[in-house]
Design a binder for this molecule. Structure first.
Ligand code: ADP
Ligand code: GLC
Length: 468
């Protein structure tokens, strides 16, 4: 079976968040199971491509509104995963420095999808399943079913994975001409509450839909930024499949971004060496428990609660350190920078994106905070478990599916509300656990051995493809 994953992100080519990690690792595990899984992503004018020679596979032309665009498809094989990856270059449209944040993003998303579909319908390449990730590529099922240009692809099964239903890619009906000619009787399939809604169209027109955890699928049927009714009515073709992680890449024994590699048997000295490195770099106290947060500084992650929760926790507990890595809302960034001044030696924040530092934090922290309001799956908690760092999570989405509270015989600290009080209370529980050295050490070792690799979920995706 030949599978093509279409996405705007893929690690190590272009990463903004977990979508990149998933698309950068799931195909590898599918290949390990004996299938032929590859990826197609846009070309970016970024560091990854600056260093690489690309092999031209195909060139073609597509029409977007009234403009003709030349595109090239290049092929590379990602060294670490051996996954064949196709790159779509469209000069002036897709060769941008960043993944997101452009005024003409709708045109970018549609242009990418048109290049993919033009390539598939005019070359000799064919795939048994097209797997579309998030709204950026979720018009593909509509277009292959109803656009005159892609009749050749009409019966290709499609899967839509919803990584985050908050973002749906809506645009106005005035821009309908961005979509190539189709029988207008079908325009209703594109519409949701008066806008063209690519994610809704994907849910309606794809063969199957999945979210990245079972709990998130259930939550979306209640609240999905307007799509809850649609997900309820399409529930027969919807399923939740929990994300996995690439345990070859996220491997404390071989991770070359760490100050010291370690394994279960020397977790104490290994983590201490990484903590020491963080504390030296960021002026923190290696003798105190270190709480970390890594992620986008946005409301979904409850990042707006962090400045107050951290301030109060630091005031109430002399004996803790906190370190934050992230970027996002300016106001939150500014509040964190203020906290750095106020709590020198016990709090620090690195505002920005830094892959290496994230690995060091997963290894060197004692606890990882994830008080998310919404978390479709979350990968941080799984990386943190694998690195022996105890996650403190709000019971929501994938966090609920992957972390069991120590009070329930599990290995993490869970709270119900996204509130300053809940975060502080959980920090208090963590401090107590830290003092109970033998229980703390036992949990560190237990969590490092939990198998959150892709093996099981990669097979679930294969089963899903087979069902269509
Ligand atoms: P989301 O995709 O919603 O941001 P996930 O938990 O699925 O959340 O994945 C986040 C991914 O991005 C993880 O690999 C995490 O380590 C990484 N990440 C998030 N913020 C940063 C940052 N500022 N620097 C480095 N890595 C980051
Ligand atoms: C989204 C979600 C996150 C999930 C990731 C990968 O970014 O916010 O929870 O882990 O996609 O599926």
């Amino acid at each position: 079976m030949k599978i093509l994953h279409t996405s705007f992100e893929c690690y190590p080519i272009a990463k903004v968040g977990g979508l990149a990690d998933v698309v950068g690792s799931l195909p590898k595990y599918q290949n390990d199971l004996g299938y032929d899984s590859s990826v197609i992503v846009p070309y970016y004018n970024n560091a990854f491509f600056k260093k690489r020679k690309l092999k031209n596979e195909f060139t073609g032309v597509f029409k977007l509104k009234n403009e003709l665009y030349n595109y090239s498809i290049f092929t590379i094989v990602i060294k670490s995963t051996r996954v064949t990856t196709y790159i779509v270059q469209v000069e002036g449209l897709l060769d941008r420095e960043n993944v997101y944040g452009y005024d003409d993003e709708t045109k970018q998303y549609i242009g990418f999808q048109l290049a993919v579909l033009n390539w598939l319908s005019t070359s000799d390449k064919s795939f048994d399943v097209i797997h579309c990730h998030d709204h950026h590529t979720s018009l593909i099922p509509f277009m292959i079913n109803y656009c005159d240009d892609y009749l050749k692809l009409k019966y290709t099964p499609t899967v839509i994975t919803i990584h985050n239903a908050q973002y749906q890619g809506q645009f106005s009906h005035d821009e309908i001409k961005l979509i190539p000619a189709f029988n207008f009787d079908n325009v209703g399939l594109l519409d949701w509450y008066g806008s063209i809604n690519p994610l809704a169209a994907g849910i309606k027109c794809s063969s199957k839909v999945n979210t990245v955890s079972p709990s998130y699928m259930e939550e979306l049927k209640e609240q999905a930024n307007g799509l809850e009714g649609l997900l309820r009515s399409e529930s027969n073709k919807c399923i939740g499949i929990l994300n996995g992680i690439d345990t070859d890449f996220w491997n404390t024994e071989e991770d070359n971004m760490l100050a010291k590699n370690y394994k279960v048997s020397n977790v104490v000295s290994g983590k201490k060496a990484n903590k020491k490195e963080i504390c030296e770099l960021y002026n923190l106290n290696v003798e105190l428990p270190l709480f970390g947060f890594i992620g986008r500084l946005v409301g979904e992650k409850s990042a707006d609660l962090l400045p107050q929760a951290i301030r109060e926790a630091l005031e109430e507990n002399e004996e803790i350190n906190v370190m934050i890595l992230g970027s996002g809302h300016q106001e939150i960034e500014e509040q964190l920078i203020e906290l750095k001044e106020e709590f020198k030696g016990r709090f620090n924040a690195h505002i920005g994106y830094d892959e290496k530092l994230s690995h060091l934090l997963y290894a060197g922290c004692d606890f990882l905070l994830m008080p998310s309001r919404v978390e479709p799956c979350g990968l941080n908690q799984m990386y943190s478990l694998r690195y022996g760092t105890i996650p403190i999570v709000r019971r929501t989405g994938g966090l609920k599916d992957t972390v069991i509270d120590i009070g329930d015989g599990g290995f993490g600290i869970c709270h119900n509300q996204a509130s300053v009080w809940d975060i502080k209370y959980s920090i208090g529980r963590a401090i107590e656990l830290y003092k109970d050295v033998s229980s703390f050490r036992k949990i560190q070792k237990t969590i490092m051995k939990i198998d959150n690799s892709w093996t099981k979920s990669a097979q679930e995706y294969i089963n899903l493809y087979k069902s269509i």
